[in-house]
Design a binder for this molecule. Sequence first.
Ligand code: FAD
Length: 426
Amino acid sequence: MNLVIELAALGVLAAMIFYVSFLFFTTFRSSQLIAEVAASEQQLFQTRVADILQKSAVERDKNESSWNGFRKFEVAKKEPEGGGICSFYLRPHDNRPLPPFDPGQYLTFRLDIPGERKPVMRCYSLSDSPKPEYFRVSIKAVPPPRDKPDVVPGLSSNFFHNEILEGTILDVRAPGGHFFLDTSKHTPVVLIGGGIGLTPVMSMLNQIIESGSTREVQFFYGVRNADEHVMKAHLEQVAAENENVTLHICYSSPSDDDVFGKDYQHAERVSVELFKKVLSSNNYEYYFCGPPPMMNSLFEDLRKWDVPEENINYEAFGPATVKKKKEADAATDTGTGAATEATFEIEFAKSGRKVTWNPDIGSILDFAEEHDVDIDFGCRAGNCGTCITAIKSGEVDYISEPGEKPEAGSCLACVSVPKGPLVLDA
Ligand SMILES: Cc1cc2nc3c(=O)[nH]c(=O)nc-3n(C[C@H](O)[C@H](O)[C@H](O)COP(=O)(O)OP(=O)(O)OC[C@H]3O[C@@H](n4cnc5c(N)ncnc54)[C@H](O)[C@@H]3O)c2cc1C
């Protein structure tokens, strides 16, 4: 009997010890977990504070060292890249510091080209990450259109290639534009450059790796073949040295000398079908720049693949075709697109012309040209400001967000359409 009581007492004692140990362990583990959560929240908080501080320091530097109007830059180096592309390294002639810029932004140049009655304005994306010493742009010499081989080749691009030498002084506006990478984010990105559209995404890539960010980057570069494949060694080195960067070189028509797996990874154009094959999901932020057919198909197919519109960022080097199509589609869907369905008059006061608006022609600039009304233009993408036209009466809508908002009472003719009857000082 005594033995039974002793065993029972021992059992109770063991249970109590177990219970006390359990309480002790869970309390210890909870405080450990609380400490871990607190530490990770503190780290997150510190990262956010660092991001905000860095952002405000960058903003301060931008404000302090930016400029209004045009500033003189000297071409410090001119470097052929192959594929009809040449890079120009620009140093400020006044030797004052350069402002930082957001990777993806561009410079606007004012060129005095002999034989032209007015200065020629053109935009060129910054093709390297922000550097204190120089800006770099990379320019493709534009030939005549294939179906019009007899017309003059691209004015500004060929002037850069043929006439601009090391030591030439150029008039340059401060970096601008809305197509840029949000460098405070750490979310995965897909960067896509088609042909010369490589330039802004190259700046984004360089900024990511130079900042030490481990953000996942899937980098797609589409060209015809090795003849057009520029900055090859640099891209390969970046991919080899940064495991967060994956390079996808796409040749649409590789030549016999091009080596699959070495020179290029995909014998096809950059497309959403390709993304479906090589990306783990659609859950990325997309930034792309390239020729109009690529821009249109990527935008539409990314939307069809359920990529939210806020995750799709793009820039056209020519007329803003993606946006135009979006606006046209929206107007057709809702039936509310006044500019696309109404019949009303546009008056070009200086030229003494009144014409019925035709939405199929495109922007006010396209429409003016169609009717032989002379409006100066530069980029045809709402960026350079050359086509600013005073509005005498009426209102306009923008088919693409302008790089620089014009003053009230004027419009950027290349990216605007009338809302109703309009009188322009042109
Ligand atoms: C934001 C932005 C960033 C850009 N970034 C870059 C960049 O990084 N690198 C780059 O290389 N480009 C870039 N561009 C494009 C660049 O601004 C110019 O548009 C490009 O260099 C062509 O300009 P151009 O003066 O050489 O050609 P243009 O003189 O404008 O001629 C364009 C085409 O029209 C043809 N043409 C001329 N006259 C006629 C005629 N009468 N009839 C029919 N066709 C004619 C020409 O032969 C040529 O093929 C960018 C554009 C924008 C808007």
